[in-house]
Design a protein around this ligand. Structure first.
Ligand code: ADP
Ligand code: ZN
Length: 738
């Protein structure tokens, strides 16, 4: 080993430091090793990211100790960290931190040990045993249990024998049982009985897709396959069989699903096929469970990882395949630095690991489909549902026709929707009502003077929540009692206008008094098990109408649902974002996918004020290609993604003026050094101009190359001093521009 190690220290800023490798460690320090080093006056922990023969400095200190004997990061993962830091304009420590879960990095977390008890050999002879039974029946009972069950954890044995540790201790002293410490793997899937399943015989389109993916795995060259398949077309079965192929070749796989779709239902499907080879990583695991799952993968006990965004960084060796399900989902984007998109990083990891990447979706992101059209990705399509089950029929209801002419009040349920629900209820079928906004009313309005309750910390209207009888801000979470009188004109009456899921629930109960109705959104599922309970009840047919936000739109399979009602389809359409049409279309397609997954054909009713909007019309025809073509033309005209990369800079701070000045200074500096190929938009207040008390300004850059933007930006940020308290967020390939 060269005598000098380059170390990234966990606490330092985007720098590598040179250290001497002491002779006694030279055999064991490797790339990716976790080390303890002297740092300033204290010590710090860090990672070895490279080696060198020489250093510019002469006063090098020595590495103090090796923390973990085996490196936690492979050379490939270090490369990935460098790429992450570079591409997303983050620091190298932030990137490394992203690759390793906190529970693995932290000092305290570790394996849980427990004591296992086993028989020390055969049971004692008959006379000894008989004597024992007389003198101390408890001890005899312990031997009986061990005889039957084999090895048992101490706690379980105590429970089973209803006895105390002293009984076991005296058996150990007599050398009749052995106590041993062993790692107890925390198992997030413990206590679940899951029946194994066998691969299904594939339909021709599925078989074509599978053979393409197998080829991609086989070539040992990086390649990306985009699987565009309508909802219910059997994409998951293709994933399962591709993973089996990987395993048969001694390679591992990672499956990413959106957090919201990581339901027990989904995990069960993978577990039932691969059993113990599965590891699950998601945000509801305890630190200990996460630690153990990570090490099960690291040690090669688990070869298939299923999880949300961060599972992409799981230490799977000999990776053969990365699946990104619902690849268009915006939840793959991380909300803190490095603000990476797991779908894009998956493609990069695939390249570095020389493995196949399979992106699946019913409505691929424009970026991905464009890559497939250009031949960068291989494309395969599943054009119909399994068993040729019909796609649901989509009907558009024009809400403008439904407004009450006298009061102008909006009808939340059109006559068409009410009739359709009645019909489904009469036939004992199930209904989903979808609205992407929780709460009861969206605005608290004074009809006398027009006052609207707005959060004092954020530039958004407050939402009324009926059960708690309070108004809440959905940005910062502040809540307060609704004012008794209008704070402006003192009029005593308030009107609640607009709609949220809670209001939809209240009205549904009034219109369909006999129906069993439940609501599912982040307000009703704060309790850990509420989510599974509601889904379980719905699946078991104990609920007739399920009302919810996008929580119920994704990936769920309910054969009993024959009608999906979209209460108000235009919500995402009004967001000030160039992706609003794409969002609207994708969401409608997703929601529609929940209808008619069983034997009865499904129906979707979409209520809207913009019935002729192209995104809504394309959704009516469930026609991805025509949506894609028309939207792509618009993007090209405006030079938005996929025709350019976009970097969004958000500056925020408590003083509006300071933030604005900083934004202006930054824009001027950038203007001077950015190449002409970059389109720089002048600073403007962000659409969400104030959040949690902070004023927010935005600068947007666009260019075909990310580097032409981020390299000058990094330079500028290093050399420019902004007013204290002004924070800058750099979001490369931003998905939301709020
Ligand atoms: P997607 O992931 O595209 O939404 P799924 O993989 O969930 O679709 O498939 C929908 C349903 O069809 C599931 O219940 C699945 O078990 C079933 N299915 C998928 N492929 C086959 C097949 N080849 N033969 C029989 N049933 C299948
Ligand atoms: Zn607020």
């Amino acid at each position: 080993m060269p005598p000098i190690a380059k170390v990234v220290v966990e606490i330092a800023l985007d720098r590598e430091f040179d250290y001497q490798v002491p002779a006694e460690l030279s055999a064991s320090v490797r790339l990716g090793s976790r080390v303890q080093v002297p740092f300033g006056r204290t010590t710090a922990r860090g990672y070895v990211v490279g080696f060198a023969d020489h250093s510019a400095r002469t006063d090098l200190k020595q590495i103090a100790a090796l923390i973990s004997p085996k490196p936690l990061l492979t050379e490939t993962m270090l490369k990935l960290a460098r790429w992450l830091a570079d591409y997303y304009a983050a620091t190298i420590e932030q990137a490394i931190r992203t690759l390793l879960p906190c529970a693995v990095r932290r000092k305290g977390a570790g394996f849980r040990e427990r004591t296992l008890v086993t028989l020390a050999g055969a049971l004692p002879d008959k006379t000894t045993l008989a004597a024992l039974r007389r003198r101390s029946p408890k001890q005899a009972a312990i031997l009986d249990i061990l005889q039957q069950e084999g090895e048992l954890p101490l706690a379980a044995l105590l429970r089973a024998a209803r006895t105390t540790p002293s009984a076991i201790r005296s058996l150990a002293e007599k050398k009749m049982v052995i106590l041993a410490r062993a790692t107890a793997w925390r198992d997030p899937l413990a206590d679940q009985v899951i029946l194994p399943t066998e691969p299904l015989t594939l339909f021709p389109e599925q078989a074509t897709a599978l053979s393409l993916v197998k080829q991609a795995i086989d070539t040992l060259k990086p390649s990306v396959v985009l699987l565009h398949g309508v909802t219910g077309s059997g994409k998951t079965e293709v994933y399962l069989q591709a993973i089996r192929f990987c395993l048969d070749q001694g390679r591992g796989a990672i499956v990413l699903v959106p957090e919201i779709a990581l339901t027990p239902q989904t995990v069960e499907r993978f577990y039932s096929r691969f059993g113990e080879a599965i590891a699950v990583l998601h945000s509801h695991l305890s630190d200990g469970e996460r630690h153990d799952e990570w090490y099960r993968i690291y040690e090669g006990r688990a070869r298939v990882v299923i999880g949300a965004r961060s599972a992409l960084f799981a230490p799977v060796e000999r990776l053969g395949l990365i699946v990104v399900d619902e690849e268009h989902e915006s939840s793959y984007k991380q909300a803190e630095s490095p603000r990476y998109n797991a779908r894009d990083v998956a493609v990069m990891r695939g390249r570095l690991e020389s493995c196949a990447v399979l992106l699946g979706s019913a409505s691929p992101a424009l970026e991905s489909f464009c890559n497939a059209r250009n031949g960068k990705y291989a494309l395969c399509e599943l054009t119909h549902r399994v068993d040729h089950r019909q796609m649901p029929r989509v009907r558009i209801v024009d809400l403008r026709q439904e407004a009450q002419p006298t009061t102008g009040a909006i009808l939340i349920f059109s006559r068409e929707l009410v009739a359709a629900i009645h019909q489904r209820l009469d036939q004992a079928e199930q209904v989903i009502l979808f609205l992407n906004r929780r709460g009861f009313a969206t605005t608290v309005l004074c009809p006398a003077c027009g006052y609207v309750a707005v959060c004092t910390h954020c530039a958004v209207k407050m939402t009324y929540h009926k059960g708690a009888d309070e108004v809440r801000c959905h940005i910062c979470g502040r809540a307060q009692r609704p004012p008794a009188r209008c704070p402006k004109c003192l009029a005593p009456t308030f009107k609640f206008s607009g709609i949220g899921t809670q209001r939809v629930e209240a009205i549904s109960r009034a219109i369909f008094p006999k129906a069993r109705i439940e609501r599912m959104d982040s307000d009703t599922t704060t309790h850990k098990h509420a989510y599974s309970r509601i889904l379980g009840d719905f699946k078991a047919g104990k609920i007739d109408i399920l009302i919810g936000t996008q929580m119920i739109a994704k990936g769920l399979h309910f054969p009993g649902v024959t009608l999906v009602g979209v209460i108000y389809a235009d919500l995402p359409l009004h967001l000030p974002d160039f992706r609003s049409a794409e969002r609207t279309f994708q969401l409608l397609l997703q929601v529609a996918g929940r209808a008619g997954r069983g034997d009865v054909p499904g129906e979707v009713i979409v209520q809207t004020f913009a019935p002729f909007n192209p995104a809504i019309q394309a959704a009516r025809r469930l026609d991805y290609l025509s949506f894609y073509d028309q939207e792509l033309a618009a993007r090209q005209e405006l030079r938005y993604p996929p025709f350019a990369h976009l970097v969004c800079l958000t500056l925020s701070g408590l003083l509006a003026e300071a933030v604005q000045r900083a934004a202006q200074t930054l824009a001027e500096r950038l203007e001077q050094i950015l190449p002409k190929t970059v389109i720089l938009s002048p600073p403007i207040p962000a659409p969400l101009s104030r959040a949690k008390g902070q004023y927010r300004f935005q600068i947007v850059m666009r260019s075909t190359s990310v580097k032409t933007m981020t390299a000058p930006l990094k330079e500028t940020l290093k050399t420019t001093r902004f007013a204290p308290g002004v924070r800058i967020i750099v979001d490369v390939d931003a998905l939301s521009m709020m």
